[in-house]
Design a protein. Structure first.
Length: 341
């Protein structure tokens, strides 16, 4: 054996040993991270299959906020065991919603040098159906009850609804036809019985009706916010009421739960949750006394779920939608839930 051949063999052995060492360190770090998460009281999370298909029992799919190798991934738990072990999907989302086997995932785009985001439509197996670049930071996402429409809102300036220095852009996509509405600002606005135009118009917080045509959303203009009802076929929105933000329509289509600015509260935490009966337009305050900066999700006809700050970023809470009861923490270390079943 020549000297050069011996050197080559030694170099190959050294590279192989180094690779084995790196792999061992990575595995050890991952195990240590998971153990630290468990010791800290965090939920157990393991990789597995996550489905958005209807049926298969009631379950919750959400963005996992627990520290560890599966943070920010979509994860699932049974609805009757919300604090049980989680199954993580490997698909990361900043905002998420799902209905009827369709998912919308607003995520960071890892392909570019600069920070950017995209909206990804997912099928029931969490496979990418289509994707579009986003103009700003993801904040809201919704799928229609029939799974045919998706909507999302991004911040294109500022970072909080609490202040006044922000702008939003809300887009809608019809999966049946591929028709894409880049901005609700292109719709005709009917305010106080007349057509309204203003350069400061912003929309956010879409929620869909079961007819897959009607939607509700927030319109901001002139320093005020309004509840609007939209018609996709006519490309119109009509103002219904002042001081409503991030509405969420009940499964039976009769009520909205929304956040409302309450005079006298801190400008940094100004909101309280209210329910609105669409037939009588009567408001009912919900039992949650903390400021909720979220668009709630209905679990059924009686209960809504929303996020509040928690030890790992956010926790999910539930409260009756009729003003009774008391709020209760439902899932720790979680955000952007969808209730499937």
């Amino acid at each position: 054996m020549t000297f050069q051949r011996r050197i080559m063999i030694l170099l190959c052995v050294a590279v192989l040993l180094a690779a084995v060492g790196v792999l061992a360190v990575v595995r050890a770090a991952s195990r240590a991270e998971e153990k630290n998460q468990t010791r800290a009281g965090g939920p157990q999370v393991s990789r597995g299959e996550v489905s958005l298909s209807p049926g298969g029992g009631q379950r919750i799919v959400f963005r996992n906020m627990a520290w560890g190798p599966h943070r920010d991934e979509l994860a699932t738990v049974p609805a009757d065991a919300p604090e049980g072990p989680r199954t993580a999907s490997g698909v990361s989302c900043l905002r998420f919603h799902s209905a009827a086997g369709t998912g919308i995932c607003l995520q960071a785009d890892q392909g570019g040098v600069q920070e950017s985001y995209r909206a990804v439509v997912l099928d029931a197996r969490l496979k990418e159906v289509s994707a579009r670049p986003l103009a700003g930071i993801p904040t809201r996402a919704r799928v229609s009850p029939g799974g045919h429409l998706v909507a999302w809102t991004v911040f294109v300036g500022g970072d909080s609804y609490a202040g006044t220095n922000f702008s939003t852009r809300t887009s809608l996509l019809d999966l049946r036809t591929g028709a894409f509405q880049p901005s609700l600002e292109d719709f005709t606005i009917r305010k106080d019985g007349t057509t309204y135009r203003n350069a400061d118009v912003n929309f956010w917080g879409v929620t869909f009706a079961t007819d897959e045509r009607t939607f509700y959303a927030t319109l901001a203009t002139g320093g005020q916010t309004y509840l609007v009802r939209g018609d996709l076929a006519e490309r119109t929105v009509t103002t219904l009421r002042e001081n409503l933000e991030c509405p969420s329509l009940s499964p039976d289509g009769t009520r909205l739960v929304f956040k409302k600015r309450v005079p006298g509260l801190s400008p940094d935490a100004p909101w309280r949750l209210y329910a609105l009966d669409l037939a009588s337009m009567r408001e009912t305050p919900l039992a949650e006394g903390r400021s909720v900066d979220d668009q709630v999700v209905w679990t059924d006809e009686k209960t809504v779920v929303y996020s509040l700050p928690g030890d790992f970023g956010a926790d999910l809470y539930a409260v009756p939608a009729d003003g009774s009861g008391t709020p209760a923490r439902l899932v720790t270390s979680a955000l952007a839930p969808a209730f499937l079943g």
